[in-house]
Design a binder for this molecule. Sequence first.
Ligand code: ZN
Length: 205
Amino acid sequence: MELPSKLLENAVNEMSQLPGIGKRTALRLVLHLLKQPVEQTEELTTALENMRKDIQFCKKCHTISDAEVCIICSNPARDKSIICVVEDVRDVMAIENTNMFKGVYHVLGGKISPIEGVGPSQLKITSLVEKVKEGTISEIIFALSSTMEGDTTNFYIYKQIKEYQIKTSTIARGIAVGDELEYADEVTLGRSLLNRIPFETSIKQ
Ligand SMILES: [Zn+2]
């Protein structure tokens, strides 16, 4: 795409680095910003910059947080003995929206995927096993999406914690195979949490 301005071209190139944004969409967004007051662009860039620089990951559950410990982990009303294992912050948001879960989370930061080159060491698995070893956990709920990667990750973790004899469960598969957790509707997801099944049962199916 031949652009009449180097400044415009730089902005379009940067914008098109984002997933799902092609050069054409990037150009449309940039031209839109040009039509708006300069303050709008300033607010956008400041918000992005602050988010990138100041955001933290909760030192207990690894979810995105504004403080060292997130609002869920620091809430005394949450049951710290029940941990729901999820892939990322979007899953935390989806489950929180159901209002059905009063435990805490453990955010892995992805799923084991040999195809995408993601191994167990790149995920927050060790810290989860450590929590179990400390002996204060009563139940681990696996809530990864029902994909092959999700199942592989569940099973990998299960193998590491099963010797500690705690309850392990998985959210009931009312959620169709391959559906991402974040797209499941709140009622279905809430029901899946309530009707969770022992993990051992799920792997025999
Ligand atoms: Zn936390």
